[in-house]
Ligand binder design. Sequence first.
Ligand code: ZN
Length: 375
Amino acid sequence: MFGQRIALFTLFGLKVRANSSWVLLAVLVFWSLATGFFPARLPGLAVPVYWALGLLGMLGVFFSLLFHEFSHSLVARAKGMEIEGITLFLFGGAAEMTSEPPTPRIEFEVAIAGPLASLALFLGFGLVASLLAQTPLPEYCSALFGYLSLINLILAVFNLFPGFPMDGGRVLRAWLWHRRGDLLSATATASRIGQGFGLTLVLMGFWALISVGALGGLWWILIGIFVIGVARAAYEQTALRVTFEGTAIRRFMAEHPVSVSPDITLAAFIEDHVFHDHYSVYPVTDNDRLIGRVRTRDVKQVPREDWAQHTLRRIMQPIEAGQLAHPDDDAQQVLDKMQRSHSGQIIIADGDRVLGIVTLADLLNHLALKQELGV
Ligand SMILES: [Zn+2]
């Protein structure tokens, strides 16, 4: 989800990183403050003052986003959840939790911490702004804090919307999860509301773009598309977790023998195995011992006319830990492993004895069937 990230610093043991798209947000905030917001609010100042205010405003927004995300992360960590760090990106920030909240109560506490932190900043910055307004300092000092106060109010209110991926969506999910006792159905509701919200943003963006010609509409469209995507992904992720976590991968394994001998020819491999089982990777065994793997696409390294002469030894590769799983491994962890290695299948073995193979398609079909049957 975050792509290429730049490490910024570490605070309270949490790594703060920025996605390259964050630079765009920083420039956008800086630019709109320096050329739009402050000149309109405080006319007649020197241009460098607007630039300085834009820069300070941008840093204040950066601080506000981090304060919000740190609140989520620190509460989550205090509740025993694993936190990787915080990533800033085009649409704000995200606390990266490597584990999901174990109970509705913890989910609620972690979710509400962010908006509460933003509300606290809204009050704090607002107080500073009104105190500064009573001093002989130039008006722009108070205006800067007034702006930051407003931004935090917007951040809190926007995030309280009760749909994924906003914090309010997590609050709603926690409440429904507690009431229904069903995490998946609670997630489905919060995800659907989030997708509806995203769609509304997209439509509003188009409306602003077409009727008023406001380029800001593009921004709403982008945020809307992002919200829809993340809301949908949140549901899928939970569906996977509910289905696979705590179940041994053995349950989803095709148990018919799929291994191939290193001494068969490439032609026989294609004809008798690939055209038959359609796997993309095959374990190679010698006297029932796992000695490597062949990928179907590697056959193409050998010219077609030579397929009858060469054996699999020619294209066989050693097997790595990321391509193997034990039958008792947790299905969710195996799925994570497959995603990390960008492989559509994994070999299941006990020591050097091959027991079967699991494909991503098998797992997804199982999930689809379960959803269809409602079990
Ligand atoms: Zn939040």
